[in-house]
Design a protein around this ligand. Structure first.
Ligand code: HPA
Length: 279
C-alpha cells in the first residue's frame, strides 16, 4: 500500500523523466506490450530505439521471475512505436503491490494509452487443449487485496473506478480478427487472479470454475486494474500452457508452463505483431 503519496508520485515522475530522456526527443510511444512467458522473442524483432535494464531505471524493481529478462525496450514494431516490458513484476516475488504496478504508473504518466498484457495461464474450461489462447474478457480478483488500496492519487484516477469494462472490447475484437486471419484459435474467457507462487489446489480450481473462471494465473490483473484506473485501454491475452490442478494429467510444474509457452511462442508473437500493425 502506498504510504506516502508525494514520495510515490515523485518516484513515478523521476522514472518517467529518465525514460523520456532515453528517447532523446522522440515522441513517447503510446503502446506498451508486456511480454509474458513465450513472448520474449518479440523483443528481438523490433527496430530498437533503446533497451535498458530495469536496474538502471530509478526506483524500478528488479525482475526475479524465471524466464523474465528485466529490460524495458522502446522501438518500432509492425510500423508502430512501442514500449516492451521484457519481464514483469509479480506479487509472489515479495514486492509491495504498488511496486508491482509502478511501471504502469510511470508509463501511463508519460503517455502510454494502450497496454497489451500477455501471460501464461492454466486452463479451467475442460474443452481447452494447451497451448491455446484466451482473450481476457473479464477477471476475478475479489479474494485479493486491491492494488488501489490506500491513499488515492488523484493524478492517476478516481477513488472508486468503474470496472464494468476493464478490458477493451474493440481490442478483443481486433485480436480475434487477427487470430482468424492467421488461422490461430483464440477464445474469450474469464481470468482468475491468484497470488501464487504455489499453483492452485484442485479444490480451489473447482471453486474457481463454479465462480465462472475459464483460466487462472498469477499476473496481469494488478496491472489491468491500475491501467484502467488511469484510463489506459487494456488488452489481456493468455496462453493456456497447462490444464489447471486436478484437471491436468499429473502434477503442475514450471517446466511444463515454460516449455508449452516456448512451443506456442511463434504463434503468440505473430498474433501480437499483427495486432500492433492494425492498431
Ligand atoms: N496456475 C497459475 N498460474 C499459472 C498456471 C496455473 O495453472 N499456468 C501458468 N501460470
Amino acid at each position: 500500500m502506498i504510504e506516502d503519496k508525494e514520495k510515490y508520485l515523485a518516484s513515478v515522475k523521476h522514472a518517467g523523466d529518465y525514460i523520456k530522456g532515453l528517447l532523446g526527443g522522440r515522441k513517447v510511444p503510446e503502446i506498451c506490450i508486456v511480454l509474458g512467458s513465450g513472448l520474449g522473442p518479440l523483443a528481438n524483432t523490433c527496430e530498437e530505439y533503446f533497451s535498458v535494464p530495469y536496474s538502471d531505471i530509478p526506483d524500478f524493481p528488479k525482475s526475479t521471475a524465471p524466464g523474465h529478462a528485466g529490460k524495458l525496450i522502446a522501438g518500432s514494431l509492425s510500423g508502430k512505436d512501442v514500449f516492451m516490458m521484457n519481464g514483469r513484476f509479480h506479487y509472489y516475488e515479495g514486492y509491495p503491490i504498488e511496486t508491482v504496478v509502478f511501471y504502469i504508473r510511470v508509463l501511463g504518466m508519460i503517455g502510454v494509452k494502450t497496454l497489451i498484457l500477455t501471460n501464461a495461464a492454466g486452463g479451467i474450461k475442460s474443452d481447452m487443449v494447451p497451448p491455446e489462447f484466451i482473450a481476457i474478457e473479464d477477471h476475478l480478483t475479489f479474494f485479493i487485496e486491491s492494488v488501489l488500496r490506500g491513499p488515492n492519487i488523484e493524478e492517476f484516477g478516481t477513488r472508486f473506478p468503474d470496472q464494468s469494462a476493464v478490458y477493451d472490447k474493440e481490442l478483443i475484437a481486433l485480436l480475434e480478427d487477427c487470430a482468424k486471419g492467421l488461422g490461430i484459435k483464440v477464445s474469450r474467457g474469464i481470468y482468475a487472479y491468484m497470488k501464487g507462487p504455489q499453483y492452485e489446489t484442485p479444490a480451489e480450481i473447482r471453486a474457481l470454475r463454479t465462480l465462472g473462471a475459464d483460466c487462472v494465473g498469477m499476473s496481469t490483473v494488478p496491472e489491468a486494474v491500475c491501467a484502467s484506473h488511469m484510463g489506459i485501454r487494456v488488452l489481456g491475452m493468455s496462453c493456456i500452457t497447462n490444464m489447471a490442478a486436478g484437471i491436468n494429467k499429473g502434477p503442475l510444474s514450471e517446466k511444463e508452463v515454460l516449455d508449452t509457452a516456448a512451443a506456442a511462442s511463434e504463434q503468440s508473437c505473430a498474433l501480437i505483431k499483427e495486432l500492433i500493425g492494425r492498431l
